[in-house]
Structure formats: C-alpha cells, structure tokens
Design a protein around this ligand. Structure first.
Ligand SMILES: *Cc1c(COP(=O)(O)O)cnc(C)c1O
Length: 432
C-alpha cells in the first residue's frame, strides 16, 4: 500500500476551508474513490506527492505539459521575464509576438485575443458569434466540455429537438433555452436542430476530437458535415481546440483533419503551464470585439507578460521541434499496443480510442462514438483500475470520462513500466 499520510492530512484540512478540498472538482477523486494526492513537485515524466511517492505522468496537467514537467526552455523564459515586473496592464511587445506566433501556427486564425483560461475563451467566442450574426442560440454536443460558462452547462440527454435544461444549479432556464444539444457524430440531429430553429443559431461549438467524455474521435465526414451545415445556415463553426490545439499537430486538430472553422478557442498548451487562453478567427469576425467592435470582452491580467513568456517559449519550441509530435505519437502507439496485447493475454476486450498523443481505455466492449456509448463503461471497474495503477506508480486522470495525455518525456523504461502496470492492474480488477 502507498503511504499517503501527508496527502491525507492536507486533504482533511483542505476540506474545511476549500469546497470539497479542491479548486477544481475532478481533482477530488470522487469518480474513482479514495482521496486525492497532494503534489509537491514534478520533473520530466514524473510527479512526486507530499509523501515522496513517484508516479509516471499520464495527465500532464490535463494537457499543457506536452514536453514534460519543468522543461528548461520554458523555465528559462519565465526566469528571464521576472525581473521586468510581473504585470503592467498595458500593451507589451511579447503580446504582439505571441499573436504572430499563434497566427503563424493555426491557419484559420487571422486575429487573436488573449484571455486567462479555456473557459473564458469559449465564453467570449460565443458572445462574438452572437454579436456577429445577431442570432442568439448555440448548438453544442452532449458530453463535450467548453468550460464552466453558463451556456455550456446544459444537460446531456435532452432530445435533439427539445430545449436544454440546466446541468448545474445556478444556471437559469433562460440561458439554457438558448443552448441546443445534439449527439456527437450525429449530423442528422444537427440538421434537424438547424431546421427547427431556422435563422436563430449563431454558432455550433464542438471539440474536433473530444477529450472530455474520454477520447472520442470524429466519424468520417462529421466535421466536414458541420462545416457545410454552418455555411448553409449562416451559422459560425467554432472549433474548441483548448485540448487539441498544439497537441494533435502544431496547427491543432484543424490542421490534422483539414477543417476550416470560423473561430477557434485555445487553452492548456498555449500557456506552457501558466493560466492562458485565447480565441481567434477570421478578421471580419474578430473585428466585432471591443475596442473596434461592439462585443465587449476584457481582462486585467490578459496577455500577462510572465504567462506570455511561458506560452511563447512553448509554441516556438513546438514549431521548431516537429519531432515532439512524431515522438509522442510513437510513444502513445506503444502504450496502446501494449495494452491491446495485455488484454489479449487476459481474454479482455475493452475499447481503446486514440488519436495522436491522446488516448482512453474504456471499460466497455462497445464502440465509443458519443456520450451514450461512453456511458456504457463500467465506471466502478475503472475506479478499481485507477487505484491499482496508482499503487503501481502510474498517475491516470481520475475519471473514466477523461482523455489521457502523453508527454515527450516518457522513456522506453517508463513505457515498459506502464505496460507491465496495466497488465497487473487489469488482471487484478478484471482478469478472468
Ligand atoms: C479544459 C477545457 C476547457 C476549459 O478550459 P479551462 O482552462 O479549464 O477553463 C474548454 N474546452 C475544452 C475542450 C477543454 O478541454
């Protein structure tokens, strides 16, 4: 058994003074049982908790640490920026360089605005879409996450043509009425929603490759279909690339899958580990944003020089080192192949999804193509598996409905360790 005494102590204290003891819900391990670990430090492919246990990292801060933790290039950029003061609330050279860098990497972006999180980016993007089109409704997909803005916290499971109901207390029915939901990979539902809300839909927002119901891939033609439906209905297509941006390729999922959105939202990797988000797209749409246009959006710390220095160092590194992409894909394929062999030996047939350096192991034998099929997973078994992996020094996302993110820092020995741990953990929790 792991000794997690100090984490335990901190969690008990934290619960008294922070809701649930955590500053973001999924960190609380509620979906897997047990108590969260308190992390003290991380380097390369490893996390260290307060009790000194070492874990191989498969979340990487939910994506940002694609180069592994405490990468010297990012650290140096931050160190160099610190003596110039931490914030001015006035324009800086590095914001211009950052905008140029993003526009150079993400082909559909002609103008970009920096914000402080993926949530902010998505909230702003739909406001801009509404301001630009003069329409009020949006379509999102069940199981896709676009941050905690009111408009996005709308129940999955509502029928395609019915109005949404709030998924969170505190979200009003009025807001929910403007969010329509469809099943991922189901173009017919989207078409029906657009027909029955003719002239009212400002935007469709979608994760081009989903990370937030576990890793779920777009079916052939799905994203292309959304693009042409948007064109037919004068509706904007917003690709939420907060997870996939700079991860699936240097130009994101849109480059890899060749889809041209009107607006793109970014986060996670874009800050190199600092709290950063961005939204951008076609010039004429982005020129709706204040102070040129009538859509208000602002931020005291937006474009913060320390955050920009980390993010810019990250993006430049990725642009100059395309081998990061080939290598992380190579590592991911080894992990996935190892798991497939393990399952074969154990007579198991669970579903694995993977694209680039994102993957999920679903505890179901069904093909996972949308939220309904993802939910056929045995989450109790996943919880056991999660804890069995933790015992073996592997830190996974603490929920079945999250993608894993592979970093460039994993060594051959780490890959072997992971595959062996997976074998033992599967045998322990599900072996026949
Ligand atoms: C993480 C995430 C967000 C929200 O970003 P935060 O920085 O957590 O606010 C939005 N969309 C997607 C696809 C995400 O994965």
């Amino acid at each position: 058994m792991l000794n997690t005494h100090k984490s335990q102590e901190l969690f008990n204290k934290a619960k008294e003074i922070i809701p649930g003891g955590v500053n973001s819900p999924v960190r609380a391990f509620k979906a897997v049982g047990g108590n969260p670990l308190f992390i003290k430090s991380a380097k390369g492919a490893y996390l260290y908790d307060e009790d000194g246990n070492q874990y191989i990292e498969l979340i990487n801060s939910w994506g940002p640490m694609i180069l592994g933790h405490a990468h010297p290039v990012i650290e140096e950029a931050i160190r160099n920026a610190i003596p110039n003061s931490l914030s001015y609330g006035a324009p800086t050279r590095i914001e211009v360089e950052m905008a140029e860098q993003i526009i150079g990497m993400v082909k559909s972006i002609e103008k970009v605005r920096m914000v402080n999180s993926g949530t902010e980016a998505c909230m702003a993007a739909i406001r801009v879409a509404r301001g630009y089109t003069g329409k009020s409704k949006i379509i999102k997909f069940e199981g896709c996450y676009h941050g905690h803005g009111d408009s996005f916290l709308i129940a999955a499971g509502s029928g395609a043509v019915t109005m949404g109901t709030p998924d969170s207390a505190g979200v009003t029915q009025g807001v929910a009425n403007d969010t329509l939901t469809a099943k991922y990979n189901n173009l017919a539902e989207v078409e029906q929603l657009l027909e029955s809300n003719k002239g009212q839909v400002a935007a469709i927002i979608v994760e081009p490759v989903v990370g937030n119901m576990g890793c779920v891939l777009p079916a052939k033609g799905f994203l292309e279909g959304l693009r042409s439906l948007c064109d037919q209905h004068q509706t904007l297509l917003i690709l939420d690339e907060v997870m996939t941006g700079f991860r699936l390729s240097k130009g994101g999922a849109q480059e890899l899958l060749n889809i041209q959105p009107d607006l793109t939202t970014l986060g996670k990797i874009i800050g190199g580990g600092m709290p950063v988000g961005a939204y951008g797209g076609r010039k004429e749409i982005m020129d709706c944003v204040a102070p040129v246009g009538k859509v208000y959006q602002a931020g005291t710390l937006s474009g913060n020089p320390i955050a920009m220095s980390a993010g810019l160092a990250m993006l430049r590194y990725l642009e100059q080192h395309p081998e990061v992409y080939t290598n992380t894909v190579h590592i991911t394929k080894q992990l996935v192949n190892g798991m497939r062999e393990n399952m074969k030996k154990l007579g198991l047939n669970y579903t694995i999804t993977q694209l680039g350096s994102m993957f999920s192991l679903f505890f179901t034998e069904a093909a996972v193509t949308d939220f309904d099929s993802a939910k056929t997973s045995n989450t109790e078994l996943f919880g056991k598996y999660f804890r069995a992996m933790l015992e073996r020094g592997v830190y996974l996302a603490p929920s079945q409905y999250e993608s894993l993110f592979v970093s460039n820092a994993l060594s051959e020995a780490d890959i072997k360790h992971y595959i062996q741990a997976n074998y033992e953990a599967l045998k322990e929790v599900a072996g026949k």
